[in-house]
Design a protein around this ligand. Structure first.
Ligand code: GLC
Length: 483
């Protein structure tokens, strides 16, 4: 069985969000289970391809445009990575954020179709991700390439919407697909909607988010109405974590690596070291935030708990960048309370690892969260996640409640629909912080939680086998001579 992951980003070469981690983690875990897969992604400008093998250059026709896709290949831990290069579309400063986004990814989608027509790399299953590759199931069918397809939704808010002319202009597809509703969403053309109705199996990245998408008919432009049509072929599979990249026992970025047997006092030593390095006093609880600063992440409610944090002389360390209005909120807070709030605007992998290892709590007040990665990393490092009750956060954090026995509890979960609940969650965090035996139990539970890709990959393998065997059975059946 051969899986093709076609994706707009993939570690270790490109990343803006969790999608890149998923592709890397899932394809590597499959390889360990001897299921072969390849990853296909664009060749962005900051990818050093000097050591890659140049496979070929393919002519790509996009309506009136005659273009060229340069195909490169390399291998990472047994997984072949193919890159589609085109200076005009991909040699730019950022991965996303341009006016011609649909055209850029249409080129990527068309190039992939051309690749499987011309190169000897035929898949059994094509796994596509979010709107950027969601047109591939239809493009395959339209080109009579009958491979099974899975579309995974990582972020339903981005849908790749455009005017109906884009269908012909960029994807070489007839207007008929708009007229018959395949590609139409409300009055416009939508790549994500097209993918949802044309893929063989639809997935998202946690069970609770799958339920949310089916039941919420209002959010995300009413995408739930479309997803409901695919109810029978729609599942949620929770993402895993790369246990090699995130391992407190062998983490090169942290001063005092630790495991369950040495977490006390080594976690505290990491905290002291980090506070020293940012010239903060070593007293009080330490909260961390590592996040893209977008509406999704709910950081607009942060000011609600700042008074409390200051009153308790706690510290808050924030790492991330994104929409200017959220950057301004955090920048403003760090200027107002320079002894308690530290803001690193941007991204630093090394600083992120230090925060995971050093903080007592990690805040994730997301408005929606298809899966979420930071809470999994936090737990592996014995940092207690404080999360809203949405999507994958519900599935991966076991809530601690004061009145109940701890059992497997390893985090604090609050209802994001009531803002005062966030304040109560912070109150509870301080209670936990001041009761060291409870804190220690939660830390142990968090560190004991199993979320490695090596475990979670099993659900994907079951799904792939189901699709693959159903398909080969039909193929064999259809080829059988009639008697
Ligand atoms: C998106 C989602 C996030 C998820 C990630 C990987 O970034 O917002 O919740 O963990 O994709 O699936």
């Amino acid at each position: 069985m051969k899986i093709h992951f076609v994706t707009s980003e993939a570690l270790p070469f490109s990343k803006t969000g969790g999608l890149a981690d998923v592709i890397f983690g899932l394809s590597s875990a499959l390889c360990k289970k001897e299921i072969s897969s390849i990853v296909v992604s664009p060749l962005y400008s900051d990818i050093d391809f000097s050591s890659f093998e140049k496979v070929c250059s393919l002519p790509i026709t996009m309506n009136w445009r005659q273009l060229v896709a340069d195909i490169y290949r390399t291998n990472i831990n047994g997984v072949d990575y193919f890159f589609i290069g085109n200076d005009y579309y991909f040699k730019r400063e950022k991965i996303y954020g341009y006016d011609d986004e649909i055209e850029r990814f249409a080129f990527f989608n068309l190039s992939y179709i051309e690749m499987i027509k011309r190169l000897n790399i035929r898949p059994d299953i094509v796994s596509v991700h979010d709107w950027e590759t969601a047109m591939i199931p239809l493009l395959l069918k339209h080109n009579n390439l009958n491979f099974k397809t899975i579309l995974t939704i990582h972020n339903p808010a981005f849908q790749g919407s455009s005017h109906s002319g884009a269908l012909y202009d960029y994807f070489n597809l007839p207007y008929e697909y708009f007229e018959n509703g395949t590609c139409r969403f409300h009055d416009y053309f939508s790549c994500l909607k097209t993918g949802i109705v044309t893929c063989d199996v639809l997935t998202t990245v946690s069970k609770t988010h799958a339920k949310e998408l089916l039941n919420d008919l209002v959010s995300f432009n009413g995408l739930g109405h479309i997803i409901k049509l695919r109810k029978k072929n729609f599942v949620g599979i929770t993402n895993g974590l790369d246990y090699e990249e995130f391992n407190p026992a062998s983490d090169e970025y942290i001063e005092y690596p630790y495991d369950l047997t040495t977490v006390f006092p080594e976690k505290q030593m990491n905290q002291d070291f980090l506070l020293d390095s940012i010239r903060f006093k070593k007293d009080g609880a330490v909260f961390g935030i590592i996040s893209r600063l977008t509406e999704q992440k709910g950081l607009d409610i942060l000011p609600l708990v700042i008074d409390k944090i200051i009153k308790e002389n706690a510290k808050l360390i924030v790492l991330g960048s994104g929409q200017p209005q959220y950057e301004r909120i955090i920048e403003g807070l760090s200027k107002k309370y320079p002894k308690n709030i530290f803001y690193y605007c941007g991204y630093s992998n090394s600083f992120a690892h230090k925060i995971y290892a050093s903080c007592d709590f990690l805040l994730m007040p997301s408005r929606y969260e298809p899966c979420g990665l930071s809470q999994l990393v936090a737990k592996r490092y014995g940092t207690i996640p404080i999360v809203s009750n949405v999507g994958g956060l519900v599935d991966t954090v076991v809530p601690y409640r004061k009145e109940k026995a701890i059992n497997k509890a390893d985090g604090i979960v609050f209802d994001i629909s009531k803002e005062e609940e966030f304040v109560k969650a912070i109150d509870l965090a301080f209670i936990v912080y001041n009761d060291k035996s409870t804190l220690k139990k939660l830390i142990k539970n968090a560190m004991n939680y199993k979320s490695s890709w090596n475990d979670t990959v099993v659900s994907y393998i079951t799904l792939y086998k189901k699709i693959y065997f159903a398909f080969t059975w039909w193929r064999r059946y259809l080829r059988r001579p009639f008697n």
